[in-house]
Design a protein around this ligand. Structure first.
Ligand code: TXA
Ligand code: MG
Length: 327
């Protein structure tokens, strides 16, 4: 692919207007959200979406999340029912993506949904993302702004290092507060958790007044939703990763959690929110340090710990060459 010039856009009104103009011209523009940096394109422009898949090296069967500025903008694209309306009311703007039936005539490129009849939508809780969506005034499809299979970006510098020469611009909006991608829920008759993420499953269950199913609970259910992006190897740092380690081997670099001696610690005080925000930056740093063998302290499996463990398990998964890891 021919290298392109990657501009930096300031996170001010003039910068966001220029970034919106680049999106209107079919460009690929990375921008911060509260979860991770997204790589945005006009969700109605198939040529732009095709360039996006190419820039990420993403398997084209893996559909994208569409970002909207308001509930009304989402309603123009997908069918809400009572449950999904309640969830949007409870968690938007925020780190919850809802997978809902795509409305006919919504104008979304079929490359965004990878041919599914559903669309994933979310309203980000970030002033810069909101400013860009308002300036653009249309649906923005945005996967995480990293090459497919690699660690997601939570700072401007991560995107710049990974995507310069592949995309048209980056909005410089500082570090992402949550640090993990959104939680993905299919809000149909049986609400189902497709991906653990920035909103803990417990909070969603409290809002639903019931439990969330997972796709593995529903293996015999013909109506069960599919989660095409959830292939096992992902978020992969360059080194090998071993999880739940209390006593690292001498040749291992410890990624700590809680009160342990470690060169990098996600949260010395054992705070899961702090650890979530630090996770991807720590994986980027381990790459920079050239760590070949990485050991990770045990991390509790509740609250944001569920999403942290999900990302770490994928980082530790065996990497089949050419398997086309998801993004
Ligand atoms: O926090 C986030 O969600 C970030 C920021 C940029 O918003 N975006 C993000 O996008 O993580 P991405 O492309 O890295 O992950 C999107 C996930 C994939 O696992 C994909 O398979 C799933 O969403 N997905 C998208 N549309 C879907 C659909 N219609 N049905 C089921 N899964 C879907
Ligand atoms: Mg991703």
């Amino acid at each position: 692919m021919t290298p392109v010039t990657t501009r930096t856009f300031a996170a001010d009104p003039a910068g966001l207007e220029a970034a919106a103009e680049a999106l209107r011209a079919g460009g690929l523009v990375a921008f911060p959200t509260e979860t991770v940096y997204g790589l945005g394109v006009d969700a109605r422009n198939s040529d732009a979406v095709a360039r996006l898949y190419q820039a990420k090296g993403r398997p084209s069967f893996n559909p994208l999340i569409v970002h909207v500025a308001s509930f009304e903008a989402a309603e123009a694209l997908v069918e809400f029912d009572a449950t999904s309306r309640d969830l949007a009311q409870a968690f938007w703007p925020g780190a919850l993506t809802l997978v809902l039936p795509l409305k006919e005539g919504a104008g979304i490129s079929p490359l965004v949904t990878a041919g599914l009849t559903t669309l994933a939508v979310r309203m980000p809780d970030h002033a810069v993302a909101q400013g860009l969506l308002a300036a653009f005034d249309g649906p923005v499809a945005a996967p995480s702004a990293n090459p497919s299979g690699q660690v997601s970006p939570t700072t401007f510098a991560h995107v710049k290092t990974q995507m310069t020469g592949r995309i048209d611009g980056i909005v410089d909006g500082g570090a992402c507060g949550v640090g993990l991608e959104s939680t993905i829920v299919v809000a149909q008759a049986v609400p189902t958790l497709l991906r653990a993420g920035g909103v803990p499953a417990e909070a969603i269950e409290a809002a639903l007044g019931g439990t969330l199913a997972t796709p593995s609970d529903r293996v015999d259910d013909a109506a069960a939703p599919t989660s095409p992006g959830q292939l096992s190897s992902h978020y992969a740092p360059k080194g090998q990763v071993r999880l739940n380690v209390d006593h690292p081997a001498p040749d291992e670099t410890l990624l700590g959690f809680g009160p342990v001696e470690a060169p990098l610690n996600l949260s010395p005080s054992g705070d899961l929110v702090e650890a979530a925000a630090a996770l991807f930056d720590a994986l980027h740093r381990l790459n920079e340090m050239g760590a070949e063998r990485i050991a990770v302290s045990p991390i509790p499996a509740h609250g944001l710990g569920r999403a942290i463990n999900d990302r770490l398990q994928r980082a530790a998964a065996p990497r089949a060459e050419g398997s086309g890891a998801p993004a």
